[in-house]
Design a protein around this ligand. Sequence first.
Ligand code: ADP
Length: 483
Amino acid sequence: MKVLSVASEAAGLVKTGGLADVAGALPAALAAQGAEMTTFVPGYPAVLAKIGKAKAVHSWDSLLGTKARLLAGKLGGHPLLVLDAPAQFGREGGPYADAAGRDWEDNWHRFAALARAAADIAGGAVKGRAFDLVHAHDWQAGLVPAYLRLAPFKGGRVVPSVITIHNMAFQGYYPAEIFPQLGLPPSAWTVDGVESYGGVGFLKAGMQLADAITTVSPTYAGEIRSVEFGMGLEGLVLARSNRVHGILNGIDTAEWNPEHDPHLAANYSAGKLAARTKNKRAVEQEFGLERDDGPLFVVVSRLTWQKGMDVLTGVLDHLVGIGGRLALLGSGDAEIEQAFLAAAARHPGRIGVKLGYDEGLSHRLQGGGDAILIPSRFEPCGLTQLYGLAYGCIPVVSRTGGLADTVIDANPAALAARVATGIQMNAVNHNALAMAVSRAVALYHSPAEWKRLQTNGMKADFSWGASGAAYAALYRQLLEEQE
Ligand code: ADP
């Protein structure tokens, strides 16, 4: 079974969030199931630099009006295809926005070109490269199922497609004026096609036209049926509910394993937790925090409303007041960034803030922090709680999406049964978060209980095994349906 995975980022090449981790890890997870997955990403400068001298295996004189080449390489030993379209992707800045954080105005064209290319490849445009199925990720690949269904590669094969929603909040919604430039037939301009609330909806199109819709946790798959989480697409989710699947993300255990993590001052395992202290001391030093034996909370996050980071800024005085300290790594909304900097200035030695993106530091925080705070308002899956569990850094989370599915709250029943792995709160507001922080501090001062939480999480299996099998089963089902 040969699968083409289309994503706007993949760990090891380019990453802004969880999508990259998942796209990067899927090929190995599927290889274990006997499926060969080829990853297809845009040729941003960082990607071209990383793949070095790659072979061009195809070219387009006019891919939605632009010149492009297809480069072949490898990512983690698995096949990789890169769309080298300099006018679209050859610019400095982020994958979606310029250096000042403004979305590129032609994002619709950039990612329509990616999708058009994917549909061509899947249809057989490139000799010697045939695919049985396409797996599209998020709105950036949302038009892939639309092209496959409504404007397939001429004379090519028709292959089924899956779309995975990593975050319903990002839908790729554009004005109707772009429609004529997408190279889709006029008949695609309906509510059964790419039209959405009077505009073009990239994610909507994918959800409408893919053979299956998946999202990254069972709880989120249920939540997106509601107005609050569906964000305008709940009706479509309900209408296609027999095609919607929730498959939890796993973690890349080669990248995220405290026993071998090269970023840590000291490696450790569930049986050797004492060695963690060295990492805690290193974090204290790196963040200019006082050294003490009280709990060290950490945050590794986009600093946004979704992540509840505005609520956290209001709870910091309480956190410090009950003996906690905080080391935060993140970037995002200017107002929230400023609020964290102000809290650090108010509490020198107790709160340390680093604004920015730093992969190594994100590992060091998981390896040295006592608890990681994740008060998300919604969380399709969430990876930082999984890294926390694997690293003995207790997740303190809201009960939503993948956070609800992966953390076992330390309530009296779970403590008595010795199965708890973290702390959950029912709502995302000041009182609920303050109480969750207080519960964490109290538990921390019961060392035997705390250690059990740590070891329970570290022994739990969050590798890709089960989820890789679930994706492979879904692919097989779609291929059988097609026959
Ligand atoms: P989302 O994709 O919504 O941002 P996830 O929890 O699914 O949230 O994934 C976030 C990923 O990005 C994790 O791998 C996390 O460690 C990483 N990350 C987030 N912020 C930073 C940062 N400032 N520096 C380094 N890594 C970060």
